[in-house]
Ligand binder design. Structure first.
Ligand SMILES: [Zn+2]
Length: 402
């Protein structure tokens, strides 16, 4: 039994409307037919073109229909529709109203069964205002078992924060949905809060996005490693004032911050700020995050020489010196692509990131890379859930390397 659309196409074919017109047009284009025709040649040519177009369209539709029938349904339907998310529909309301924001965070944290943050009991209730009967101004909950009062903020990066939850919702949303990040100045303007508050809010969100390195799975399979320099002033080479020759390229390591990246092909990424790009430093960074059974791929940087002996998959290099960027499956283009996103974000959004705080921005870029197969709503939920069980005190947040 043929599907309905194919049946309709077959019936149309039997009426010979498209086929006959097209075939008549093709036949009319032959020299013998042309001699028998008395109509105007220009209008005939136009008709022929239309017929051929109709035939092409008909054939294209037939081919598309055949592909649709033959291809398995799991390939036809995108399991991760990156453009649609139910969560994203709720976020604008959460960003505008404090009660909606609190309920948004509560539903993400507890689902339909709120529980006590101290003893885990589900025998809890919302505290109400004695006069109005509405929810308590601080959105408190109380546990019947341990008598503890608590809010959704307890035990998260936004605990003890005086900022309204609607600003947290907005900042999480922007941080998770902006491909190249969002600056604290932008959050300051949009939420009408001080720059200091906006910066601290963003720092806490980046802290929430930080990988849990002790429990993180090591990178496996094919792992591309690379290093780059971030930041610093533009390099200058030429005669400076006083006829002194300046070569800005020679002190790159002093002007810029070195960043190392290891990317599992088709998988996760780990980036970190490194003190230098010597073999000792880079090899230690690889050993820290890559599984010993993996295969390492890099450029011809001599710092990586000998690392293949420590990994079952060995070490393959591509020679950029002779403009070789891929040799079969050997390349490190994924790692270079990941650096491109970081650099676009720093140049276009953050403008200037000091060496002491660069690692936090790398956490954010890594989080977005590792959750790239999620849609915006799923990524926002993942970040908010990652905020649980983490605390960042103000003194820590302003200290280097925190
Ligand atoms: Zn309790």
């Amino acid at each position: 039994m043929l599907p309905g659309s194919l049946m309709r196409a077959w019936r149309n074919r039997k009426t010979h409307t498209i086929w006959d017109r097209a075939l008549a047009g093709i036949a009319g284009s032959s020299p013998a037919a042309r001699t028998n025709k008395t109509e105007d040649s220009a209008s005939t040519t136009k008709q022929q073109l239309q017929n051929v177009k109709s035939l092409s369209l008909y054939l294209t539709q037939c081919i598309a229909l055949c592909i649709k029938i033959i291809m398995p349904s799991k390939h036809r339907k995108d399991p991760h529709n990156l453009s649609k998310s139910e969560t994203v529909k709720r976020i604008p309301a959460a960003c505008a109203d404090e009660l909606a924001a609190v309920e948004f965070f509560e539903s993400l944290r507890w689902g339909s069964e709120p529980c006590c943050t101290k003893c885990g009991s589900v025998n809890v209730y919302q505290m109400k205002d004695a006069v109005t009967g509405e929810r308590n101004k601080r959105f408190l909950w109380r546990c019947h078992d341990c008598k503890e009062q608590y809010t959704v903020r307890i035990g998260t990066v936004y605990e003890e924060s005086r900022l309204p939850m609607k600003h947290w919702a907005y900042a999480f949303w922007r941080a998770c949905t902006s491909k190249k990040g969002v600056s604290a100045l932008e959050i300051q303007r949009h939420c009408q809060i001080s720059y200091k508050s906006a910066l601290f809010l963003m720092n806490r969100i980046r802290f929430a996005m930080a990988p849990d390195l002790p429990t993180a799975e090591p990178l496996q399979g094919v792992v591309e490693v690379d290093e780059t320099y971030v930041g610093g002033k533009p390099r200058f080479q030429g005669w400076a004032k006083g006829k002194k020759w300046v070569d800005g390229r020679t002190n790159k390591a002093q002007r810029k911050t070195a960043v190392f990246a290891a990317v599992e092909r088709g998988g996760q990424i780990r980036r970190q700020v490194v003190a230098d790009v010597t073999g000792k430093t880079l090899k230690a960074a690889i050993r820290q995050c890559v599984d010993p059974r993996a295969a390492i791929m890099s450029d011809e940087n001599s710092a990586y020489t000998g690392i293949g002996e420590e990994f079952d998959g060995g070490h393959t290099t591509v020679k950029h010196r002779i403009k070789q960027y891929a040799r079969g499956t050997a390349n490190k283009n994924t790692a270079e692509s990941s650096f491109a996103l970081v650099k676009r974000g720093i140049i276009g959004t953050y403008h200037n990131v000091s060496k002491e705080y660069l690692h936090r921005y790398l956490w954010q870029f890594d989080f977005c890379w590792n959750t790239r197969k999620m849609n915006d709503g799923e990524r926002t939920i993942a970040a908010i859930k990652a905020a649980g069980g983490k605390r960042l005190m103000y003194s820590d947040a302003t200290a280097p390397h925190a």
